[in-house]
Ligand binder design. Sequence first.
Ligand code: G6P
Length: 467
Amino acid sequence: MSRLVIVSNRVTVPEPGQPQPPGGLAVAVHAALKSRPGLWFGWSGKVDDGAAVEPQTVQRDNVTYVVTDLSTADFQEYYNGFANRVLWPILHYRVDLAEFNRSDLTGYLRVNGLFADHLSKLLKPDDVIWVHDYHLIPLARELRSRGFDNPIGFYLHIPCPPADLLFTIPKQEQSIGALSHYDLVGFQTENDRNNYGRYLAMTGAHQGRDGTSYALDGRVVRIGAFPVGIETKDYAATAVTAVDSHFTREFKESLQGRKLVVGVDRLDYSKGIVHRVEGYRHFLETAPDWRNRVTYLQVTPKSRSDIPEYNDMSDDVNRLVGSVNGEFGEAAWTPIRYVNRSYPRTALAGIFRVAAAALVTPLRDGMNLVAKEYVASQDGEDPGVLILSQFAGAAAELDTALIVNPHETEGMAQAMRVALEMPLDERQARFKVMFERISRNDIDRWAETFLAKLSETRRSFLIGQLR
Ligand code: G6P
């Protein structure tokens, strides 16, 4: 078996009992590396201006983690700048929030070059390279220019909007356009894949007869949809054990018989937390019989707090939660419990299993693995209800959830009532379909399907070149 080399901006070295790493990427990559020998390279999460600090290596089981620090300029221009103030908002359909500086693009390209330099010292000829997410789009071009001929795949964990929006990215050919240097590019949904195919066609690429390959400037890139999954079996088993833990029992007692509605998201404007709290406020207004009988727990670890748009949003949520609690709360009942921290998987699985409903209502999301984790945690005999945004990639698979438009406050409030009052047989029927899907399309299948397609892509290109 070839070694799998994973490259992503954020690398989290696993420590038992630690909070779940932020975002779906880390969850997916950890799971994908479990069953194969691998190396995971990326940023340590630390900023250090020490001259020419060498990457650090940590070995855990069959995975070698190699992490590098970023300088202050790299952190500002590459991470806080181009990746998170241009690519992140535009790929989430929020051109209005994008802030472009030419120096940020220079920093973005520079860090991609630095990553390629570090990797040059680590790579072996038969390694398979799999690059993850929007921070590292130009990496294949950098590696190819350094002479590496390994198979290189890319996976975009976040949405890919329609071509017209991709063209709003300043100097788009240097970032999103550079995806054409990969052998295979994976997207979360067919819709994302089709958006990129259209973009490629508009940049002059020729679509191959197979409908999935595109030729451009003497290169061929294949694109496909590979919806990311979770470790469904493990997650379900964790939830069964977690209900009896001290943490979950104490938490359940604190609810004093009230039903629980839960949301778990990084503090990010794409997650629609403000819209969700507005929906909950409307629910309490229009369903007075539910007041004091329900508690909404919103678990929201802070994220990217050096970026102004994230701080603005944090203030908005604080204000809104305070106002709902002030308006509807009572001496012995807090309508919303809002916590800015993350929890280990064991604690989250227990919370999910106790919750009568989950609110997964992003304004835009590549997939949203919380939706799948909530379903995996349920007791099939008495399952909770998933309220899911039509704009989460997960909605394509989990179509028996209660699907909502997060921009419609009344519809959100109505869905909360429907969820809390849904008869048992309907809850079971909806859950069954979703659980079967996430059991079949789990994380192993995701990684295997992508990697098989990557090696098949390489073989067919090589044969094509020989003809
Ligand atoms: C999303 C992205 C990931 C990112 C994660 C956490 O899930 O797709 O690439 O790692 O958010 O964000 P952060 O900026 O803290 O790495």
